[in-house]
Design a protein around this ligand. Structure first.
Ligand code: SAT
Ligand code: MN
Length: 593
């Protein structure tokens, strides 16, 4: 069964034909994004055992998917930027010459869809009518990918309508092929607005709108066009007086972005409302008023499941209660689900993420640490009404946050834009389960974009610096760390809803309503500036979480030298001078005290 092309876009039709000639699917299906189509795909996926229905009373329209066991996370070592020269990809990306990459992947794609259906998935990243938005078309042989794209993007007819007869679109070719790690590549061709992904059906490797288009290709476009494509959540904070402010915040994968974007403030913050605009990606442009305006290009959440529960993130739990997909969590024989950090203890027996019987007390995890839910944004009870606003939302503050067990205090405000860019550039994080094969320890992760910058990292930082000239009314910039630990390895700050206390200080600073203490490393809240009423931490713990230890900072600043060396000759001088300045000041201060 092959559906006729529901478009008059000649270049699109030609590209689909060419791709089909290469991959040779048995059928080609153009997706319209309708409910009927979703039902049909779901039924086919269930018949093919790609999806397992959950208990439909408890979990209406929810389905389970086991990924291949060798395919559970993004693969940074197989992710490649294929620019004409290696320098354009820079020292932090894998690079391949475009001709070589096209040839290598052509050989793998050759006939790889035989016996399969090719789904033509047209999609929009961003609100349908927004000038921010971009159109992509993903050709995939995975019905699971087509269904995920239906949740994560504005998919189907709406995208073809926006394209018209000759609109520009990103060309994404995806095949799970034989799902072999030896024939797995995620290749980006920014100069051709093209993505070729083969050998993986997992998340960011396969849902091409997300990290591939919205961040890697997006960041390259953003540089060219003078805007920012960032790995940031966007949240709306409404005060008891009804004043709305928006912040965008960057955290590496699996560091609580979804939780922060859906935060429930502590009871003592009555009248405050936090709403979600986005939980992963922000596209930001300068508005007519000189402020930075952000849209969320996505339409759903691909969130980390373990640790999500009614206490840590009730809005996420509500978001997944219907119309959602679950990948690699644990399930029961009667169609229920469970994961580590669920609200209740594990039942005596489960089927683990590998599909094996799991008994309570087993030392193996029942859900994969990077198991995920895919949920429609529309399910989120705290969804901001501004998500579909074509002009986006005005950003008052940008927040950078890593996962650091030492050194970095709970919150610090940058002295100015350059210092803020420096803070983002040097942000570090201890590694998580969201990507495979990373060394343990701190890795520098500029703006949480290390795996997602689609061009040379030093030039990316220069682009951030250059943005200052374009933003007459820039947001203030902050560095936060929810993950600092005590000597005995316990988290010092309770995190989750209590992060509202930090956010409130940031919002007040952005509006000029509260003071700060200037330290050598940045501005911090003075005693009494953070509202700590009812916080589940002792004054000693809060003091330890907010402390700036000059000895630790000297070591931190010195260790940044290696990172700057890696960035090489395109590292902007204002960034390296910023470090020199801080280091000299810290050394001098230590000599006095
Ligand atoms: O796999 S994804 O890139 O979609 C999720 C993540 O790592 O943030
Ligand atoms: Mn992410």
């Amino acid at each position: 069964m092959t559906t006729p092309a529901p478009t008059q876009h000649a270049a699109l039709i030609r590209w689909v034909e060419e791709s089909a000639k290469l991959t040779r699917p048995d059928a080609i299906v153009w997706c319209d994004g309708s409910e009927a189509e979703k039902k049909k795909f779901t039924a086919e996926a269930v018949a093919a055992k790609v999806l397992i229905p959950l208990d439909q009373k408890k979990w209406p329209n929810c389905y389970y998917h086991h990924s291949n066991q060798n395919d559970v996370a993004r693969v940074e070592h197989l992710t490649v930027i294929c620019t004409p020269t290696k320098d354009e990809a820079g020292p932090t990306n894998n690079w391949m010459a475009p001709a070589e990459a096209y040839a290598k992947l052509t050989a793998i794609y050759d006939g790889c869809m035989k016996g399969r259906t090719m789904y033509v998935v047209p999609y929009i990243m961003g609100p349908a009518t927004s000038p921010f938005s971009k159109v992509g078309v993903e050709l995939t042989d995975s019905v699971y990918v087509a269904l995920n794209m239906g949740i994560m993007t504005r998919m189907g007819k709406v995208a073809l309508d926006r394209l018209g007869k000759d609109g520009e679109f990103n060309k994404g070719l995806h095949s799970v092929a034989d799902c072999s790690p030896d024939r797995r590549w995620i290749c980006h061709f920014p100069q051709d607005n093209t993505i070729w992904s083969v050998g993986s059906g997992y998340g960011g490797n396969a849902l091409l709108g997300k990290k591939c288009l919205a961040l890697r290709i997006g960041s390259a476009l953003a540089r060219k066009e003078g805007w920012l494509a960032e790995h940031m959540l966007i949240l709306e904070a409404e005060s008891p007086k009804g004043e709305k402010q928006y912040v965008a915040a960057a955290f590496p994968s699996a560091c609580g972005k979804t939780n922060f974007a859906m935060m429930i403030p502590p009871q003592t913050f009555s009248g405050w409302k936090i709403r979600t605009v986005g939980d992963d990606i922000a596209w930001m442009r300068v508005g007519a008023d000189g402020r930075l305006w952000a849209v969320n290009p996505e339409n759903g959440y691909f969130g980390v499941a373990p640790g999500t529960n009614r206490k840590t993130n009730p809005n996420a739990m509500d978001s997944v209660r219907k119309d959602s997909l679950f990948t690699n969590v644990a399930r029961t024989k009667d169609g229920d689900i469970w994961w580590e950090g669920w609200d209740t203890e594990a039942p005596d027996e489960l089927i683990d993420w590998k599909g094996d019987v799991w008994k309570k007390g087993s030392k193996d995890k029942a859900a994969h640490p990077n198991s995920r839910f895919t949920a429609p944004a529309a399910n989120n009870p705290a969804l901001s009404p501004s998500v579909d606003d074509p002009k986006g939302v005005p950003i008052s503050a940008l927040i950078f946050g890593g996962r650091r067990s030492t050194t970095v205090p709970l919150v610090m405000e940058a002295f100015n834009w350059t210092h803020g860019v420096y803070m983002g550039a040097t942000m570090g994080s201890e590694t998580t389960a969201a990507a495979v094969g990373l060394k343990e320890g701190v890795r520098r992760d500029p703006m949480a974009m290390l795996p997602f910058i689609g061009y040379d990292a030093g030039s990316y930082l220069q682009h951030w610096l250059d943005m200052q000239q374009r933003i007459p009314n820039p947001p203030k910039v902050y560095l936060v760390n929810w993950f600092r630990k005590s000597q005995d390895g316990k988290f010092l700050w309770p995190g989750y809803g209590d992060n509202m206390r930090v956010l409130k200080w940031i919002l007040d600073r952005a509006a000029g309503r509260v003071g700060a203490q200037e330290t050598l490393l940045g501005n911090t809240p003075r005693a009494g500036d953070l509202d700590l009423t009812g916080v589940a931490a002792t004054p000693e713990q809060v003091a330890a979480a907010t402390r700036i230890d000059l000895g630790e900072w000297q070591a931190e600043l010195e260790s940044q030298a290696e990172w700057f060396e890696k960035l090489g000759k395109t590292l902007p001088r204002p960034i390296s001078l910023q470090r020199d300045l801080l280091l000299e000041r810290v050394k001098a201060a230590r000599a006095v005290t």
